[in-house]
Design a protein around this ligand. Structure first.
Ligand SMILES: Cc1cc2nc3c(=O)[nH]c(=O)nc-3n(C[C@H](O)[C@H](O)[C@H](O)COP(=O)(O)O)c2cc1C
Length: 331
């Protein structure tokens, strides 16, 4: 079951999938606290690293307690991606202050957003397996850090070429591939194509991580059973629910997953809010916390009023008070 990436042993391969605007350091920390051993940064522009962009240096910052973590880069030009990987690996990126090196450099081949795709980046790369080969080859030669790839099922229903793309990545030196079982055309809508993940697993020898539509331990077990993939990656299922990692790992071990009470979910919400304030300060932390907190209270009594009130709240004490108010209603 364990996956080995150079000197990183991933005993229970239940990954936190990258989410731009969500999987920042506070969110990653909370997921790690609840069992996510291997996390990933939000997607980071290789071009911005190449230009020495300072804001991007903050996105790329890795903290000492984050080992092991992957850094995800996006781009379309092999030499720019390779130079960015080199800068990260050699810490020669101006303004970049990471305390640790990433355990993997992940290349984004799944982003469906128009702005990205129109630049030939993200899922657009899957239209040309040759460019995938060139990119992975170039990034592999830039440093000793293992290179992984995150892709989709294909561009659309008539181009389900993930196995071919995964083979291109593997032959260029990729150490692992993560497959989101939806096409670019589907964006984030169901269904998740398990057959294509299974086909990738059959096509390559490197570990294959399945991704898409995992919201509870049963979904994870079903994906692993039906595709034979080596592990799973969770994105939206972790929003407001960082304990999903420990739950899936418990299921993998044959144990009974623990489902938190409303009070424990709200404890996580408070912890998340504190981490955001500590890491980003006000007012950014409060602005970002709104989206997260709404996920934590989803399905609780008083959730819709909470949503309205949190959107009007202006200071951190009000945020904490509103969490306590909904706690009273639900315990
Ligand atoms: C808000 C959001 C941001 C995302 N950002 C990234 C990203 O930066 N890099 C990436 O490879 N995938 C990104 N994804 C895709 C997820 O990692 C994942 O592949 C997809 O959501 C399917 O998994 P899920 O069904 O568990 O959500 C993002 C998804 C969401 C919802």
């Amino acid at each position: 079951m364990a996956i080995v990436l150079k000197d990183t042993v991933i005993k229970y391969p239940v990954f936190l999938s990258p989410m731009a605007g969500v999987s920042d350091y506070p969110f990653r920390s909370l997921c790690r606290l609840h069992g996510a051993f291997f996390t990933c940064t939000e997607m980071i522009s290789a071009r911005a690293i190449q230009y020495g962009d300072i804001k991007t240096a903050l996105l790329a910052k890795l903290y000492p307690d984050e080992k092991p973590i992957a850094m995800q880069l996006f781009g379309s030009e092999p030499d720019i991606l390779a130079k960015a990987a080199y800068k990260i690996a050699s810490c020669s990126y101006r303004g970049y202050e990471s305390a640790i090196l990433p355990a993997a450099i992940d290349i984004n081949m799944g982003c469906p957003v128009k702005k990205v795709v129109n630049n030939g980046e993200g899922s657009a790369l899957m239209r040309d397996p040759d460019i995938i080969y060139k990119i992975v080859k170039a990034v592999c030669s830039a440093s000793d850090i293992p290179v992984t790839v995150k892709m989709r099922a294909g561009w659309d229903a008539s181009h389900l070429n993930a196995p071919e793309c995964a083979l291109a990545a593997e032959s260029a030196g990729a150490a692992l591939v993560c497959v989101h079982g939806r096409t670019r055309e589907q964006m984030y809508s169901p269904p998740v194509n398990l057959d294509i993940i299974k086909a990738v697993k059959k096509a390559v020898k490197i570990p294959v991580i399945g991704n898409g539509g995992i919201y509870d331990p049963d979904d994870a077990v079903k994906m692993m059973r039906e595709t034979s993939c080596d592990g799973v990656a969770i994105a939206r299922g972790a929003r407001g629910n960082p304990r999903i990692f420990a739950q899936i790992i418990a299921k993998m071990k044959g144990e009974t997953p623990y489902y938190p009470t409303a009070g424990e979910i709200l404890d996580d919400a408070v912890r998340h809010l504190c981490l955001l304030i500590e890491n980003k300060g006000e007012p950014s932390a409060l602005q970002e916390a709104r989206g997260h907190l709404i996920w934590y209270v989803k399905g609780m009594r008083g959730a819709s009023l909470f949503r309205e009130e949190i959107n009007r709240a202006r200071d951190k004490q009000r945020f904490f008070d509103l969490i306590e108010k909904i706690r009273e209603e639900n315990t």
